[in-house]
Design a protein. Structure first.
Length: 123
């Protein structure tokens, strides 16, 4: 169903009813093509997406400063965040040296696999 863009299925019989619905694709405008200005701070950035679904944590424990903040430089192998999935804490590490341009994820909130967590600039 997912590969076909279906989110619901509806079939009605004497004892059973199913409903099929197709999800509308999310489309994002390309600022370059629409003539909209791109903020210089986000030009040439790379997005880092969540590799799995779970709960996003910006620090190892409550009350402790986050692993990263905007404008921080992260070394290759440095921890960016933790994603908790099925009671397992998964550290998400930088695969290169980056400068953090923007953080989208919110501490303690659920994230989906493929959801953009950060915008970074390669150094």
């Amino acid at each position: 169903m997912v590969s076909e863009g279906l989110s619901e299925l509806d079939f009605d019989s004497d004892e059973t009813r199913y409903l099929i619905k197709r999800c509308a694709e999310k489309k994002y405008a390309d600022p370059e093509k629409t003539g909209m200005p791109v903020q210089d701070e986000f030009r040439d950035t790379i997005s880092i997406a969540s590799p799995l679904s779970g709960v996003y944590y910006s620090s190892p424990k409550p009350g402790i400063p986050p692993f990263i903040n905007v404008n921080d430089t992260v070394e290759k192998g440095g921890t960016l965040c933790i994603i908790e999935a099925m009671k397992v804490m998964n550290e998400i590490k930088a695969d290169s040296k980056y400068k953090i341009a923007k953080i989208f994820a919110v501490n303690g909130k659920a994230v989906s696999a493929g959801e953009v967590l950060f915008l970074v600039k390669a150094l």
